[in-house]
Ligand binder design. Structure first.
Ligand SMILES: Cc1ncc(COP(=O)(O)O)c(C=O)c1O
Length: 377
């Protein structure tokens, strides 16, 4: 199977993890700080707070900006469910907005229509690796005094007009799940310029405690307080060692992903009914996902048929995502986001990852071509 996404782990990663295992600190140790500083620097933010998933990162962000029962947070329909779930964790209500038909990024005009006097924040997703329309979103946020959160789980290494994802919103979250750009097995991080939020998230990830194990061990004594709520969202030093090691290779991986995306473009142009999503001007796309739209042809051969055919031929196609408004959890919103709902029936994710070769890409293209030849004949 040629997977749609896959981690790349080499001897240097293994060496870094082994060194962490042999050190004094398996968790809350110096490698956590090292990883936080490295990701913050890479993304142009002042602070990084490491946590044990992208979902935990989103929850920390919602806590930091004070989301509570009665508050509304606008989220896009085309995203992974964690983007909306994190609002519910704080007792808030996710308000689902539609996306642009060409990019599937949250539609700022639809965001504006959904603002009420209870709206507190907007979470925009840098879907597939492309930065959302941050300038337009910033204007709306400023006008209505809203916090802006980037779910950047697809977009480590992306940029808009030279500004990296991490510097575009008030808080930005990342995931280090194995299909993402870099991995820590499971893991996540929030980056922000706001030192009070960073401090509050550090407590929130550690049961709400004012000190962590290392601070108590290294001289602050045994006393601590718990001024507010918290969870165990800590990321281990073993995982952070892997993260630091992976991050060193990210620039080369981003270039490789860009080359693959550039090769897909012209190859797919010859396929009837297959269209790549649009890329906004002046954007550096991080190409987490290669998403195409498949329109059913005259013989009725559409997305589901192509998905099945590719899977049977050993190509790990996938679908990202079903519109949130089509999930049972949000069924009260069914029909509310027509663009995302139509896209849910048409989109298909094709393989693209740093370990994928040009030959594998050609195989994928040839297999897609075969399906259309077969249908056409
Ligand atoms: C857009 C988006 N947000 C949030 C998450 C959650 O990240 P994690 O799986 O690390 O909890 C994901 C992961 O797939 C994602 O794609």
């Amino acid at each position: 199977m040629i997977p749609y996404g896959r981690q790349s782990v080499d001897a240097s990663d293994i060496e870094a993890v082994v060194a962490a295992l042999q050190s004094d600190w398996l968790t809350t140790g110096p490698r956590v700080d090292e990883f936080e500083v490295a990701v913050a620097q890479f993304t142009g933010a002042a602070h990084g707070v490491a946590v044990n998933s992208g979902t935990a990162a989103l929850h920390c962000a919602m806590h930091a900006i004070g989301i509570e029962p009665g508050d509304e947070v606008i989220v896009p329909a085309m995203t992974f469910v964690a983007t909306a779930n994190c609002v519910c964790y704080q007792g808030g209500t996710p308000i689902i907005a539609d996306v642009r038909p060409d990019t599937l990024l949250i539609d700022p005009d639809d965001v504006r229509r959904r603002i009420t006097d209870r709206t507190r924040a907007i979470i925009a997703v840098d879907y597939a690796g492309q930065p959302a329309e941050w300038d337009a979103l910033r204007a709306i946020a400023d006008e209505h005094d809203l916090r802006l959160v980037a779910d950047g789980c697809h977009a480590l290494g992306a940029a808009d007009q030279g500004r990296p994802v991490g510097s575009l919103a008030d808080l930005t979250t990342f995931s280090f799940h194995p299909v993402k750009h870099i991995t820590t097995g499971e893991g996540g991080m929030i980056v922000t310029d706001n030192s009070e939020w960073a401090e509050s998230m550090r407590r929130f990830r550690n049961h709400g405690m004012t000190t962590d194990g290392r601070q108590r061990e290294e001289g602050q004594g045994w006393r601590y307080d718990v001024p507010g709520p918290g969870w165990n969202y800590r990321l281990t030093d073993i995982q952070c060692a892997l993260g630091v090691s992976q991050l060193k290779r990210l620039p080369g991986w981003l270039e490789h992903r860009q080359c693959l995306a550039e090769a897909y473009g012209p190859a797919l142009q010859n396929m009837p009914g297959i269209e790549m999503l649009a890329v906004r001007p002046k954007v550096a796309h991080a190409w987490h996902l290669l998403v195409v739209r498949v329109s059913a042809d005259e013989a009725g051969f559409g997305r589901d048929d192509l998905y099945t055919a590719l899977r049977e031929a050993g190509v790990g196609a996938n679908v990202h995502y079903t519109s949130l408004t089509r999930l049972t959890r949000f069924e009260a919103n069914a029909g509310d986001c027509p663009v995302a709902e139509q896209a849910s029936d048409q989109i298909l994710t094709l393989p693209l990852h740093q370990g994928m070769s040009q030959e594998e890409l050609e195989q994928v293209i040839a297999i897609i071509g075969l399906q259309y030849d077969r249908v056409g004949s």
